[in-house]
Design a protein around this ligand. Structure first.
Ligand code: INI
Length: 151
């Protein structure tokens, strides 16, 4: 894919443990994100027993759930949500806090914590982006295998 260095999409995640925090806001869409993430992890050898799922009310609550999951020392945490721009600035607060909070949990726990939150201007646009569950799972696996090469 242009602009994105290649990563083996077939890399195994056998034996790895994952936490997934998923929000109920726009639940039909977030369920699809969850399904995509779980299907992708299982296709790469992860046992369903090694995937712990926690539901939260909205994307704003994802960082706290991610922190709780991170304390159990999984190999990675995936955060899934959908934030749709409305007529108010609520969108910016919710999406911004989710992104910042998730990044903080990753750095504090030194753990891959993946931002699988769809941000969209409309329901229609959000629907077109629900493949992000799969992308989030692949990003988690890539980060688990991250190696810093000596120069
Ligand atoms: N939460 C979302 O996950 N998506 C949204 O689009 C959204 N909007 O638009 O308001 C939203 N709000 C709820 C928020 O995440 C919190 O759950 C709520 O404010 C309670 O803290």
């Amino acid at each position: 894919m242009a602009g994105r260095p290649s990563f083996s999409r077939f890399r195994s995640a056998r034996g790895k443990r994952f936490g997934i925090a998923v929000s109920r806001f726009h639940e039909p869409l977030t369920r699809r994100l969850l399904r995509g993430a779980v299907t992708t992890l299982c296709a790469r050898g992860v046992r369903t027993a090694d995937i712990r799922v926690v539901w939260v009310p909205g994307a704003f609550e994802l960082p706290l759930a991610a922190q709780r999951l991170a304390r159990r020392r999984p190999d990675a945490v995936i955060c899934l949500g959908v934030v749709i721009r409305g007529a108010t600035p609520h969108f910016d607060y919710v999406a911004g806090c989710a992104a910042q909070g998730i990044a903080q949990v990753a750095l504090r726990h030194r753990l891959p914590v993946i931002f699988g939150v769809v941000t969209a201007d409309s329901q229609r646009q959000a629907q077109a982006r629900v493949t992000k569950g799969r992308d989030a799972a692949l990003s988690a696996i890539e980060m688990i295998h991250l190696q810093v090469c000596p120069s």
